[in-house]
Design a protein around this ligand. Structure first.
Ligand code: MIC
Ligand code: SF4
Length: 755
């Protein structure tokens, strides 16, 4: 039986009438995305037609999910909201804090030892406030959500950008910062700009080496890392129904890498099969009753150009395997072209590690396809040249895979390492031998992100993203430019052999099995549970509310850093070793912007103090400005804050006295995070004004005192030689978001309301 089945049934009850009302008010047939959005309006009535890409709309998500690295901050904020219990079903998952080093058992134990305080904190907060807790080793948040909670036609938010994975089961699932999660858990509306809609029509069927991963690797190449910003990507067509549910999950998961708000697929037989295989006949039966509402209207899919803002068509029959990278997930290269491109760009061709896992690609089917390659290689006398590392997605997948002999297959390569059911190397939780030497090298993995330093902290590791079966094939060949479709390998008898095409099993023939799934359900009455946070702790720190705005224009601000080029959340608040401070705002602020490239001098983590001309690390300079009572600002390039949902990337600068972040453009979640934490997230009305900003300028916000919706702001830039430039800044704040700014943060407002 599914968790929260009554909630799901209640959602389904609303569907027939609300969908009909939405069709009427919009005067047109509906996409699936619109059906889900209109049935989840906060006020419950589909009586207004919203303008996509313009209107801010209040929604009522069905559930919330959090992972350990973001939950700490989310729950510290929730504890301040003045509530006894969460108002919607919510869960927390311990998956990011587990280091991959020696292999699953030892690593898990080690992580329990080192993160004990944080896991205890999470477990007791969850217990107290009615939140389900998935213990360390239970699995990666998005895989566990897919297996247990995701349901067709539902809407959820999660404090992780890959929450979108649940689109594989036909949800609208959206990644948010912790403060957004607090709103929903506290029983308030959740606001989102009504998204634009990108339709992707899939025709044909996958064959040979092509996989679901290659669909999204190709889409990333087409849309680039910001092409999906502000949009829901909806997949449809006969190609879509031919994909497995977990394959759909893979595609939706990596939609985060094109900046999409989320991605989704209509309810179909593969989703039904998956629901039944994961012990949710009740959800499948309920979904079948309202089936026609859980996918887009036929007219929409027949004439998509009329109903989507953009339409892309991909023929799965023509799709070939891809590898995307290095350093950005949208640099797509068909495997057949890699030889030439790698040599031209001087990418190292030898591969040392091949990693399979992450929330993107750790399903049972993924493991079977990769295992089939390993078995084939063994039968042909091939030994791997690179080390294969595997992180199963969940204990259920791991247990079942072990029962069915898949783990034995992987272990036929002596060097294989099976790591914990957790994020591991995908988020820099990888103690890779030799990484500190910073040698130039190449790795391949089936994860979703490959930003510099992400996996092992080495800026010279070139990481390429591919399907699990391609990763397995590269583990065997040890070469980035290996094309399994055309190339042969020399086996131990000196013969030339070719790898056979991968074969997979969609769902375990004998069903899924698990002994202990790692779930802890919360206390019925949590009022007696005490959550202790020691004031001595360097891992956890209770929050002090940010100071409200004093109503005055900001005058005399200084530049903390002008970031040049790519500045993702990994550059603003690095993960890996810093994950340990995710619950301690002051300590984690010591990584603030240390990865951003200073436009003046091109270095990272070296900026000039405008107080005494000394050069120091970014966090130190910020702290000196703050101590001197000087407000600081940050300037950035395009798609600033790309990547993660971590609100630390907004809270740290806020904590260190930065009041405004002015950039050419923002990634969606980060822009909202800045607003929520009471900061000014602004964009240059004229992009070229970015070039006017000098290192030693002084900044005056001259009309902040009349900050209002739809009205640009003016920034006076005073250069060191006394000349000035007046720059116009755009913003997307509506009146209630301006109230967050005034109050010092959105949380300050909630607290007031619940007081
Ligand atoms: C990531 O993949 O970057 C993370 C780690 O899962 C983040 C969340 C975080 O920073 O904790 C995400 O994608 O939102
Ligand atoms: Fe974990 Fe990596 Fe997925 Fe983020 S992308 S949730 S770090 S597995």
């Amino acid at each position: 039986m599914a968790f929260d089945i009554n909630m799901i049934k209640k959602v389904y009850q609303k569907y027939p009438t609300t969908v009909e009302a939405a069709r009427k008010v919009t005067g047109k047939p509906l996409t699936l995305s619109e059906k889900i959005l209109y049935t989840h309006l906060w006020n419950g009535n589909a009586d207004t037609a919203f303008t996509r890409g313009e209107d801010y709309v209040d929604f009522a998500p069905d559930r919330v999910a959090m992972q350990d690295a973001t939950a700490q901050m989310a729950l510290l904020q929730f504890m301040q909201a003045g509530k006894d219990k969460v108002e919607v079903p919510s869960t927390t998952h311990a998956d990011h804090l587990i280091l991959a080093k020696l292999g699953a058992d030892k690593d898990l134990q080690e992580s329990l030892n080192t993160n004990n305080e944080v896991f205890n904190f999470l477990s007791s907060v969850c217990n107290k406030y009615g939140i389900g807790f998935w213990k360390p080793g239970a699995g990666i948040i998005h895989q566990v959500v897919l297996e247990n909670y995701a349901f067709p036609g539902g809407m959820m938010i999660g404090t992780d950008s890959h929450t979108v994975n649940a689109g594989g089961l036909g949800m609208v699932a959206i990644g948010v910062g912790g403060a957004d999660a607090v709103d929903v858990m506290a029983g308030m509306a959740w606001e989102l700009k009504f998204p634009k809609l990108i339709g992707i029509k899939l025709t044909g069927t996958l064959s040979g080496w092509a996989s679901s991963k290659d669909v999204i690797l190709k889409v990333a190449g087409i849309l680039t890392v910001k092409g999906g910003t502000g949009a829901i990507v909806e997949y449809f067509g006969e190609g879509a129904t031919s994909l497995s549910a977990t394959g759909k999950g893979t595609i939706c998961n990596m939609g985060a890498e094109v900046g999409a708000t989320t991605s989704t697929f209509g309810y179909d037989e593969s989703i039904e099969r998956y629901l039944r295989a994961t012990d949710r006949d009740d959800v499948a039966d309920a979904a079948n009753d309202i089936k026609e509402h859980l996918t887009g209207d036929a007219e929409v899919y027949e004439n998509p150009e009329l109903y989507f803002d953009e339409v892309i068509e991909i023929n799965l029959s023509e799709l070939t395997p891809h590898l995307n990278g290095p350093f950005t997930p949208d640099l797509a290269t068909p495997v057949s072209e890699m030889k030439e491109k790698a040599v031209k760009n001087d990418w190292p061709l030898d591969v040392e590690w091949a990693l399979i896992g992450s929330c993107t690609n750790s399903s049972y089917e993924d493991l079977t396809r990769a295992a089939s390659i390993v078995e084939d290689a063994v039968s042909k006398g091939l030994k791997p040249k690179a080390t294969l590392g595997i992180n199963p997605g969940s204990e259920q997948v791991r247990f079942t895979a072990e029962r069915d002999g898949l783990m034995d297959s992987f272990m036929k390569f002596e060097s294989t390492k099976i790591f914990t059911n957790a994020c591991g190397p995908c988020i820099g939780q990888w103690d890779r031998e030799g990484a500190s030497k910073q040698e130039k090298n190449t790795i391949v993995h089936s994860f979703n992100r490959n930003f510099a330093k992400r996996a092992d902290g080495n800026p010279n590791t070139h990481a390429f993203v591919g399907s699990p079966e391609m990763v397995a094939a590269i583990a065997i060949s040890g070469r980035l430019d290996f094309n399994p479709i055309t190339d042969t390998l020399t086996n131990e008898n000196g013969e030339q052999v070719k790898l056979s095409e991968p074969t997979g099993i969609e769902l375990p023939k004998n069903g899924f099995a698990v002994e202990d799934n790692g779930y802890q359900s919360p206390a019925e009455d949590g009022s007696g549970i005490e959550v202790v946070v020691s004031s001595e702790s360097n891992r956890l720190q209770l929050l002090t509310p940010f100071t409200p705005w004093d109503g005055e224009n900001i005058i005399g601000a200084k530049l903390l850093i002008k970031a040049e080029g790519k500045c993702t959340t990994d550059h603003i608040s690095m993960a890996g070793p810093w994950l340990r401070y995710r619950g301690h705002l002051d300590n984690i602020s010591n990584n603030c912007l240390i990865g951003a490239i200073n436009a003046f001098g091109g270095k990272t983590n070296a900026v000039v103090s405008q107080i005494d001309g000394s050069i120091d690390e970014v966090p130190n300079i910020a702290r000196t400005y703050k101590a001197a009572g000087i407000t600081s600002i940050v300037v950035g390039d395009h798609n600033y804050g790309e990547g993660s949902s971590r609100e630390h990337a907004a809270m740290e600068p806020r904590h260190l006295g930065v009041m405004a972040v002015i950039v050419k453009s923002f990634a969606r979640i980060h822009e909202t995070n800045l607003k929520k934490q009471g900061m000014l997230g602004l964009t240059f009305a004229n992009e070229a004004d970015y070039d006017l900003i000098k290192e030693d300028d002084t900044f005056n916000f001259t009309d902040l005192n009349i900050f209002s919706e739809g009205k640009q702001l003016t920034l006076e830039v005073v250069h060191a030689n006394g000349t000035t430039n007046t720059i116009i800044l755009n913003h997307t704040y509506n009146e209630s978001q301006i109230d967050w700014f005034k109050a010092g943060s959105a949380l300050n407002l909630i607290r007031k309301q619940n007081a």
